[in-house]
Design a protein around this ligand. Sequence first.
Ligand code: PMP
Length: 400
Amino acid sequence: NNEVIMSQWREQFSVFRQRPDWAYFDNAASCQVPDVVLEAICDYQHHYHANVHRGSYEQSQHATALYESWRAKVAGFVGATSDSLIFTRGTTESMNLLAESLLRPRLQRGDNVVVTLSEHHANWLPWQRVCEQVGAEFRVADLKDDGTVDNLMQLVDERTCLVSLNHASNVLGVINPVAEICHQLREQGVLSVVDAAQSAAHMAIDVNQLGCDALAFSGHKLYGPTGIGGLYVRHDVLAAMPPYQVGGGMVDKVYQQDSTFHSGVQGFEAGTPNLVGAAGLATAVEFLQDARANGSSEYLRGLFKQLEAVLADVSWLTALPHSGGRVPVISVHNPAVHPRELAICLDQDGVSARAGRHCAQPLTDKLTSNGCLRFSLGLHSNEADIERLARGLRECKLKP
Ligand code: PMP
């Protein structure tokens, strides 16, 4: 069948109305922002803006109610309730918050923390640093040939304090069996953290079903604005965590020599929150939920098959290892062609793909000699993008 696959969502992005031929394949880094999200941000700024949680005047109280309603929406997006959802700047800040407020107070010299080889630096460096400073061991679980984590539970012992792993890899797209792992960790009394930065746009997430203690995601990877993300922390775990940053908004009483802080999620949001970001993120999750109800997962699965086929057809590029189950992210490489040069070459044909080590150097160092070129789909992607890519690769002068 010769039917061309068109995205029903593409027209909802002003950037693609302006650049209808742009083949944007860097959604795993940041998605473009649809009109509804931009409108929600403007609507808030035009009509409802005031500082929250402080004012006794009506506009401030209304802004507070809006902010808390956005929190409820974003919490619901991952199957959580408002009292366990902290707004952060994104996954990086969420992991730093957890490293300081969840891990550091519990970690003793001689304990250990486990991650996997396919982590983004955001889910590596915060834990590695605390381990170094405390004298704990930082353990890394290897991967199977299909790209999923291998034998993680073998690294877990009675001195394991916390395990943090990605739901889906930002380089391989591979989906890890996080529910299975988190439930095993729970039985052993080990804390589990999930990096859902890459999965949240593509999979329905339910933190209760996953059984994790904490889960982080970023707004800009699911059609929201930059500078905002969500951090779920299980209720009882959150209750035992000291504040991360201190300042206005999270404080209860401040005395000359000591102070007391708010309990719950408000205790982790020091200073004036990113209200504009929260407005955008709440609308982005609605946009995404609506797209899912209209077949976006099936749409992207079909399109991703085409993308895989086009790349498999290029004899001089090899895909990094992957399993059957993955989000629409694929990386290819060739030791004789620098991925950056290839990205620049494709850019001349209106194809934007991402070259480099993708903030996952332990993984890319193992799998490639010079990094890789990553392609990731978004709701606006369509068959014309993939045809443009196929043409660009055919005509590329860098072919070895
Ligand atoms: N984890 C993964 C798997 C990611 O893909 C990213 C973003 N590339 C991050 C963490 C960091 O997210 P942010 O830059 O939004 O903090």
